[in-house]
Design a protein around this ligand. Structure first.
Ligand code: SAM
Length: 270
């Protein structure tokens, strides 16, 4: 594992420990433990029926979404490269009594680590910017799926990720593509949930890319696009000016031009 990934993994280990305490309620762990389905509304309405399906959740973090999908009847396996995240996911499975498998490892190694006969791969919110090779990501998805199996993906719109809020306006600020060996560095003293615990690894490395790079990678890997949608909502405040939109989602304030903040897509392995 290269230095960028090692550093990112250290950051995710720290964040997993903070997120599992859920002091701000961002991850709705209490509600999940009380029996609620806490998937965000976009994927909750778009994912379709997963009952009885063999499901792989890439970048599962502390496993809340994996366990919600298991509650919906999926035979779910979560994969994440952070050992702390995997440990917390297993704890949440035990505490909730919802069965799921959790495997520590890199997304790119999913077919070797998890198998090649999944009905569905699910991955959402805070995923591909952590990956330095989008074609290897798409290959891992296609490799883990059986023929006819499908991908469900929802995340920030790649174009909006190149922007920053500066002096009350949203401006283009980063190049739209990062070279593998030159990721964008972001400094953050605390994590995105609002918890004020100071981070020791208080910076991350992320990779920018275009929507066309994502679609092209999936098509090259043998996937067929079923739908592509854009949304004016995100489950976190990408920009400080964003306001509560209900259902744990955020939107731009009134008066700002409406623009796509998120994308979701479905694809099927040919
Ligand atoms: C923001 S979380 C995304 C999951 C989910 N939306 C959530 O918030 O719980 C990002 C996750 O990606 C994982 N991750 C980053 N790079 C990875 C890689 N190369 N292989 C596997 N997991 C990775 C991190 O450990 C982290 O748990």
């Amino acid at each position: 594992m290269d230095a960028f990934k090692q550093s990112n993994r250290a950051s995710w280990d720290e964040r997993a420990d903070i997120h599992a305490q859920d002091r701000t309620g961002f991850y709705a762990i209490d509600r999940f433990l009380a029996g609620e389905d806490v998937l965000y509304p976009i994927e909750a309405t778009e994912i379709g029926d997963v009952a009885g399906l063999k499901l792989a959740h890439f970048q599962c973090h502390i496993g809340i979404d994996t366990l919600c999908l298991a509650r919906r009847g999926a035979h779910a396996t979560g994969l994440d490269f952070s050992p702390h995240a995997i440990a917390k996911a297993r704890e949440l499975s035990a505490r909730s009594g919802v069965a799921a498998q959790f495997v520590e490892g890199e997304v790119y190694d999913a077919p070797e680590l998890l198998g090649t006969d999944f009905d569905i791969v699910f991955t959402s919110w805070g995923t591909i910017t952590w990956l330095d090779d989008i074609r290897a990501w798409a290959k891992a998805i296609a490799g883990a799926l059986k023929p006819g199996g499908r991908l469900y993906f929802a995340d920030s719109s790649p174009a909006i990720m190149t922007h920053e809020e500066i002096d009350g306006t949203i401006r283009p600020h980063y190049d739209w593509r990062s070279a593998r060996e030159k990721p964008q560095r972001f400094d953050a003293a605390t994590t995105y949930t609002g918890d004020e615990t100071p981070l020791v690894t208080n910076f991350t490395y992320e990779w920018m890319r275009g929507t066309s790079d994502v679609i092209d990678a999936l098509l090259r890997a043998g996937m067929q696009l079923d739908f592509l949608r854009e949304h004016e909502l995100l489950p976190f405040k990408l920009f400080p000016m964003m306001v509560d939109a209900g259902s744990r989602m955020f939107r731009l304030p009134a008066g700002m031009p409406r623009m796509p903040l998120a994308m979701s897509l479905g694809a099927t392995k040919r």
